[in-house]
Write a protein that binds this ligand. Structure first.
Ligand code: AP5
Length: 221
């Protein structure tokens, strides 16, 4: 089963994706996580990607699409993927559909986690992520057992530099002007379902599992 999670920055895509892949046995592919790894490399590509991430701007479609299609083609993705943060433009969505079609696959469903802007800013100001494996915490709503350390792997927690100031404003503006257009793209094909992302983390998870289990998995027309 192939699922896309759409949501603004801080809507809980990463949080819900980690829970869903445990229950569904599919692979979590987060474009932001993949970019953060490449951005640490001392290469021309690493430097280029770092500059987009630091400014809160989208990485160009040609780099992004290639990276994701390449990841999806790996053997571990055969039983399905959960895409988090990709696509973010209609051009990316079209390229994804085309790429999957070539491999005899398709996107089963697209979930939009809907959260108001004020709530997003408050969540991101409390977000901490582990250095080793990107596990996500929140000092207000989902704190680690030991402050500053990941419950799962014990690595140190850090705050993302793009969760503050101008970069955060820019990311949210891009979502609400550009990425939001994806909703019409997927709604037109009856592949979209909206979920109230303002509920508690476990409530959102329960609702998502219910929706996914009852979803009609016929290919898009
Ligand atoms: P990326 O890493 O994807 O960041 P993002 O989309 O900005 O998403 P976030 O990780 O900020 O939010 P999330 O929804 O995952 O929230 P989370 O679960 O952590 O992208 C980074 C950059 O990479 C982009 O700016 C761009 O440059 C580039 N990029 C990535 N994809 C690209 C693409 N397709 N094209 C071009 N460029 C691309 O939750 C947030 C916080 O809230 C956490 O602290 C969590 O504990 C808490 N929380 C979660 N759910 C709840 C809840 N229900 N109640 C209370 N608190 C909650």
């Amino acid at each position: 089963m192939n699922i896309i999670l759409i949501g603004a920055q801080g809507s809980g895509k990463g949080t819900q994706a980690s829970l869903l892949v445990q229950s569904l046995g599919i692979v979590h592919i987060a474009s932001g996580d993949l970019f953060r790894v490449v951005s640490q490399e001392q290469t021309e590509l690493g430097e280029k990607i770092r500059s987009y991430l630091d400014k809160g701007e989208l990485v160009p479609d040609e780099i992004t699409v290639q990276m994701i299609l390449n990841r999806i083609s790996k053997a571990d993705c055969a039983s399905g993927v959960l895409l988090d943060g990709f696509p973010r433009t209609v051009a990316q969505a079209q390229a994804l559909d085309k790429g999957l079609q070539g491999a005899g696959q398709y996107i089963d469903m697209v979930i939009y986690l809907k959260v108001p802007r004020e709530e997003l800013i408050s969540r991101l100001s409390g977000r901490y992520i582990c250095q080793a494996q990107q596990h996500v915490y929140n000092i207000y709503s989902n704190p680690p057992k030991v402050p500053g350390l990941c419950d799962i792997d014990g690595s140190k927690l850090y705050q993302r530099s793009d969760d503050r100031g101008e970069a955060l404003e820019k990311r949210l503006n891009i979502f609400f002007t550009e990425t939001i257009r994806l909703l019409d793209y997927y709604r037109a094909e009856n592949r979209l379902v909206e979920v109230d992302g303002e509920q508690a983390i476990d409530q959102v998870h329960v609702e998502l599992m219910k929706i996914i289990k009852n979803w009609d998995r016929s290919p898009p027309k």
